[in-house]
Design a protein around this ligand. Structure first.
Ligand SMILES: *Cc1c(COP(=O)(O)O)cnc(C)c1O
Length: 428
């Protein structure tokens, strides 16, 4: 008989094996970093050395991967969102629809360029922006829809494309949690006017800190290039020793450039993405079958048009009836003791998230009207609030483990759920 005493109370943990760690450097990562170090060029604003810089190589490799003509790397995902919004001429006086359940950057980047984030509730099954709620939130000031393919699911791309076409409101797809996902065989991020990605440490494609924005439009590409490099863009056929960027200044740019070191790491990691995504998908499908046999647990749905699913986090939802007076914090503490792997709560809805506090920003005019427009608590997000209370999340690298790891996760849930009554007063 397996021991039933919880590891939290001194019992034997379900899993004593190690877990995969993240990020995963390769020999190429180290080789390319050394190459940059010795190259004499650490930034795109340096002079041409006779070799194509890593930023351009990564940009072209990622564009090819996505099957779009253009990609602009940036210092982080927030910068990718910022240049995406500004390339579409969005700013003060505009409203942008943002899902109420996502990482804070979606709202803070929007508020950062002076536009008002309109927080839209999510679908209960996918936890992505609700099409119906989005339609209801549109006004004559709506200048963009910032769609996020969140956690381990995907927004209703066909529905939002129709909405965008009907209304003329441009669509930006934030794919920071869905690198490599496909909708009817086509990469997400290529449906809307612009796709934006973060390459920050915990994402499924990472270079530590980085981002990239993709588009099919030559005009949007030109603007995004300038927006991220102080108004400069690449020239054709540079000579050795010549600056590779020319001054244009048809937009107000800033420096959001990705360094050569980051670009080298990103380039070295891109070839791993498909294989890692496939392994995560296989493990997740297996894990979901195990978890769905446990009463009171469910997983997150994905629209049937998703032909390749990505997992930035694996979410498990607990039936509030099973949870009773306990919170997901209790569950996380007990599960962590059983598995010794990183488990967390999901994002706090932006209407009540302490990281989203635009009204204290000195960037905004201190008028009553501004305060009224930007106050996050004016939005009601009942579906997001409920999801946050009932879901726990595993980092995606847990899904890079073995089938035994998946069995352990399911066993740990079973053990914790059947001992829930013992958890009173444990979570701090
Ligand atoms: C991580 C993330 C971002 C922000 O990216 P940074 O690189 O941290 O600036 C934006 N949107 C979503 C959905 C994210 O998950």
């Amino acid at each position: 008989m397996a021991e039933t005493r919880l590891a939290l109370f001194g019992g034997t943990p379900v899993c004593t094996d190690g877990w995969p760690t993240w990020p995963m450097p390769t020999r190429d990562t180290v080789r390319m970093l050394e190459d940059v170090a010795a190259s004499g060029r650490w930034a795109i604003s340096g002079t041409f050395t006779g070799h194509q810089c890593y930023e351009k190589q990564f940009s072209q490799a990622f564009a090819r991967y996505q099957d779009v003509p253009y990609a602009v790397p940036t210092a982080n995902g927030t910068a990718a969102l910022t240049i995406a919004l500004e390339a579409l001429n969005i700013g003060v006086g505009d409203e942008v629809l943002v899902p109420g359940l996502t990482w804070v950057a979606c709202a803070s980047a929007t508020a950062g360029i002076g536009a008002v984030p309109i927080l839209v509730d999510v679908e209960p099954d996918t936890l992505c922006m609700s099409l119906e709620a989005a339609r209801a939130a549109i006004t004559e000031r709506t200048a963009a829809i910032l769609l996020v393919h969140a956690y381990c699911s995907c927004a209703d791309i066909d529905g939002f494309m129709r909405l965008s076409q009907e209304t003329g409101i441009p669509l930006i797809e934030d794919c920071s949690q869905a690198h490599g996902a496909e909708w009817r065989g086509q990469k997400v991020g290529t449906f809307g006017h612009i796709g934006a990605f973060s390459l920050q440490q915990v994402k499924v494609l990472t270079c530590g800190e980085g981002g990239i924005a993709i588009t099919r439009s030559a005009d949007v590409y030109d603007r995004m290039q300038q927006l991220r490099a102080d108004g400069r863009r690449y020239i054709e056929g540079p000579q050795i020793g010549q600056l590779e960027l020319e001054e244009v200044g048809s937009v107000q740019g800033r420096n959001y450039c990705m360094s050569e070191f980051h670009a080298a790491v990103a380039l070295s990691q891109l070839p791993l993405l498909d294989e890692q995504n496939a392994l995560r998908e296989r493990n997740a499908e297996y894990l979901s079958r195990l978890l769905e046999q446990i009463p009171g647990l469910s997983t997150i749905a994905v629209p049937h048009n998703v032909t390749r699913r990505t997992y930035f986090q694996y979410l498990v939802r607990l039936d509030p009836k099973v949870l009773g007076p306990f919170s997901t914090l209790h569950i996380i503490e007990a599960l962590t003791a059983e598995l010794n792997v990183y488990i967390e709560m999901i994002d706090v809805p932006l209407s009540v998230n302490r990281l989203y506090n635009p009204v204290v920003s000195p960037r905004l005019p201190k008028t009553k009207e501004t305060q009224r427009l930007f106050i996050p608590s004016r939005f009601e997000l009942p579906v997001a609030i409920e999801a946050q209370q009932n879901c726990v999340a595993f980092g995606h690298w847990a899904l890079l483990g073995s089938q035994e790891h998946m069995v352990a996760i399911a066993e740990a849930f079973k053990k914790v759920i059947s001992n829930l009554h013992l958890l009173a007063d444990t979570a701090s």
